[in-house]
Design a protein around this ligand. Structure first.
Ligand code: SF4
Length: 234
């Protein structure tokens, strides 16, 4: 059972997170996914469903690769394979050739072709609205699954990408040495209201690019500096 001081501490952390969310919203009022899959600015539900496979493919390609590179590669990839069925039936060496600049290209090509085949055969070509079904797709882990559930279906889910893990560690929600996505997801999920989780993660990516960069955070120019524990005594 949680002690009174633990409960107080959790309430204080939730309040600190609320203020961080409020300030990030003020800086980034419009939420945009860094992956340019077509629905990054939102859209009609039918359009988002029809294009959902593209976000899955881009999420898979983004492992150990920058979003910018994935965006460039996928212009070519989606021009060659414009539908989920085209991708499912695509020639594997052709897919490999296109995705090669994203690294781990053989595994990634195999994963996206097979995932698209399962989408076509078992889900009507649409990304499923279910964590377990998503995790059953090759190459899909909780990070991509949460991204898809948030952006396609408007559900909660903390997308623990490299920016999120780095910045929330610096902010002091856990020790900066913690890098395990699942551990970070478990710590952050109760602190961020479900309706805010998806948008928070998109904003934190943008914030990581603009202010809290990996190598040179601009702490002197940061709207969260008074709420941040980076470089401060615990
Ligand atoms: S104060 Fe520095 S480390 Fe903390 S969030 Fe801002 S830029 Fe990042």
């Amino acid at each position: 059972m949680a002690t009174q001081s633990t409960v107080k501490k959790q309430a204080a952390e939730a309040a600190r997170m609320d203020e961080i969310i409020r300030r990030l919203k003020a800086v980034y009022p419009h939420v945009v996914c860094a992956l340019e899959w077509g629905g990054q600015h939102g859209g009609e539900p039918a359009f988002l469903l029809q294009e959902s496979w593209k976000l899955l493919v881009m999420g898979r390609l983004s492992a150990q690769c920058t979003d910018a590179r994935v965006n460039i590669v996928c212009k070519d990839l989606f021009a060659k394979f414009p539908t989920v069925r085209d991708m499912a039936e695509g020639d594997i060496t052709e897919i490999e050739d296109v995705v090669r600049p994203c690294g781990l290209y053989r595994t990634k090509a195999q994963n996206i072709k097979e995932a698209c085949r399962i989408l076509v055969d078992e889900h009507g070509g649409i990304v499923p609205d279910d964590m377990d079904a998503l995790l059953a797709l090759p190459g899909v882990g909780r990070k991509i699954a949460n991204l898809l559930l948030g952006d396609i279906y408007g559900k909660g889910g903390v997308v623990t990408d490299t920016h999120c893990i780095r910045i929330c560690g610096r902010l002091g929600f856990y020790p900066e040495a913690v890098k395990e996505p699942l551990k970070v997801e478990r710590i952050l999920t109760p602190l961020i209201p479900e309706a805010e989780q998806s948008d928070f993660c998109h904003r934190i990516v943008q914030f990581g690019r603009d202010v809290c960069a990996a190598r040179a955070p601009r702490c002197g120019n940061c709207p969260l500096s008074d709420l941040c524990r980076h470089g401060k005594e615990a």
